[in-house]
Ligand binder design. Structure first.
Ligand SMILES: Cc1ncc(COP(=O)(O)O)c(C=O)c1O
Length: 482
């Protein structure tokens, strides 16, 4: 008990005043106190806890996306980090959403009296309508679609895994991912004890991520009998755009094999190839007979609406039974974020024209940034491969042609986060990117293409994004010369 109280005093004496300067050091991650608190708690717990951590917790490490940020937060020199590791958008939210946020005490606000009650588990009528109206604004029919509001697309992913995959702790009806895949699908499946299987896309020399032949995908489905296939038509991490034709091909396969087709449309409308927007909701019965009732989309307020911290998303489906059961499952979470729903609900009242203008402004914004960065980096590091800037807000860079044979992107990322620096206009800076190995799930014995790849997120203001090619090239050359 004495040990407990000594440690407790130590813990108590860490006042907010002491912690604030340290958090300010990493001012671009001011809301992420994780590294600091986890160190503090781990010291504290180490001495007082007799209970055992679960096997799952013991093996849990932070996601690859957070690695650079966590390591950088331990640094004590005054180097400034250009943080492109995390898809944390720094643009302002849609104006009508901002208006609601700034006037939560307005006469017509449900929060004017300071009361924040649970909403229904399924979400408010208005927030659900907002999701339908943004799908309609992209030109797709929303008749027969059912919406469950969630705390971010992340929670929708979790519900989807529970609803589509086999029993926990078994390999039955695994989740089929298309590598390189958004890592949190793997994390969610692990959390819930469900298995995943993958098919791999490879980054070609021309920067295109090509899907394997449909026959090969079919073989993987026949061998593993997945419960669902996940596609991310505006892809994170690859920047790959799945056009309508590709979506139709994959949908036919899902119907033929009787598996759910899951389309993660967190970045819907952020595509730069000049083709029409694509969506699971654009597929018609004429094109894919039987598709109705097999579809689920994962929706998010985070990326297109610049509201990462709002934590609003949705699970949309044209299968009523799935919807009902998802709501029943979600009753354990009580309700989605009430204030977030109210703010996002503003979109239910916007005209199609306004929403389309927002889409096209954002397309222009990201297209320019991605094209500039791609060209500049290729100039500075001839031989580097960069994914074609076709969609979403990410590029994958691959140094396989220019790095030493034993190059490991994770080590390079750690080097940049822990000690690498470059002098940019008299300021000491470093660059944070995400190593890509964790985005792949190679078969035992197969090489991981992610070892030479890193993901860059276009989340900083243009003046800062402009620094990325110079920083990457300088740090890469410096690291390569060690
Ligand atoms: C493809 C994709 N889906 C879902 C999410 C989850 O988004 P959120 O939980 O912020 O809505 C992300 C976040 O980066 C993503 O990239």
């Amino acid at each position: 008990m004495r040990v407990y109280s000594q440690e407790y005093r130590g813990f108590e004496s860490l006042t907010l005043r002491q912690t604030t300067p340290r958090l300010r050091l990493t001012d671009q991650i001011e809301w992420n106190h994780e590294p600091f608190f986890s160190r503090m708690y781990s010291q504290f717990n180490h001495r007082i806890t007799l209970a055992k951590l679960s096997q799952h917790f013991k093996t849990r490490a932070p996601s690859a996306i957070r690695l650079a940020q966590i390591e950088f937060s331990k640094r004590t020199d005054k180097v400034y980090a250009v943080n492109t590791a995390i898809g944390n958008v720094s643009l302002p939210m849609y104006p009508a959403m901002q208006k609601r946020m700034f006037s939560l005490d307005a006469k017509n606000s449900p929060f004017k009296d300071g009361v924040v009650k649970y909403t229904g588990t399924v979400g408010t009528e208005e927030a659900r309508e907002a999701f339908l109206s943004i799908i309609r604004a992209s030109g797709f029919n929303t008749e027969g679609l059912h919406v469950q509001i969630t705390d971010g697309g992340s929670q929708a992913m979790e519900l989807m895994v529970i609803g589509c995959c086999g029993p926990a702790g078994t390999k039955e009806e695994p989740l089929l991912l298309i590598d390189a895949a958004y890592t949190n699908y793997i994390s969610m499946a692990e959390r819930l004890g469900r298995s995943i299987i993958s098919i791999t896309r490879s980054l070609e020399e021309n920067g295109k991520f090509a899907l394997p032949d449909i026959k090969e995908i079919e073989k993987v489905i026949d061998e593993n009998k997945p419960g669902a296939m996940v596609v991310i038509p505006y892809d994170n991490p690859t920047g790959h755009f799945y056009d309508h034709e590709t979506m139709v091909k994959l949908a036919k396969l899902c119907v033929e094999k009787k598996i759910w087709m899951i389309s993660d449309e967190a970045y819907r409308e952020l595509h730069y190839t000049g083709q029409p927007a694509s969506s699971i909701w654009a597929i018609t019965e004429e094109e894919v007979p039987g598709i109705t009732g097999c579809r689920i989309s994962i929706e998010s307020a985070s990326k297109v609406w610049n509201a990462c911290g709002l934590r609003i998303g949705a699970l949309v489906t044209d299968n009523f039974e799935f919807h009902e059961k998802a709501v029943a499952e979600n009753t354990a979470n009580l309700c989605p974020n009430a204030i977030g729903q109210y703010i996002f609900g503003a979109l239910a009242h916007e005209s199609v024209d306004n929403l389309q203008t927002w889409f096209s402004d954002h397309r222009k914004y990201y297209k320019k940034l991605m094209e500039q960065m791609t060209a500049d980096l290729k100039n500075r590091l001839p031989g580097i491969i960069i994914s074609s800037p076709d969609a979403s807000i990410y590029s994958v860079v691959d140094v396989r042609n220019i790095a030493k044979p034993d190059f490991d992107a994770k080590d390079f990322v750690l080097y940049c986060a822990q000690k690498g620096k470059a002098d940019i206009n008299g300021k000491q800076m470093t660059l944070l990117v995400a190593p890509m190995a964790g985005f792949y799930n190679p078969k035992p014995g197969e090489p991981n293409p992610g070892l030479t790849q890193m993901r860059i997120a276009y989340v900083l203001p243009p003046e800062e994004m402009k620094l990325v090619p110079e920083l990457f090239a300088t740090l890469f050359k410096e690291y390569d010369s060690i």
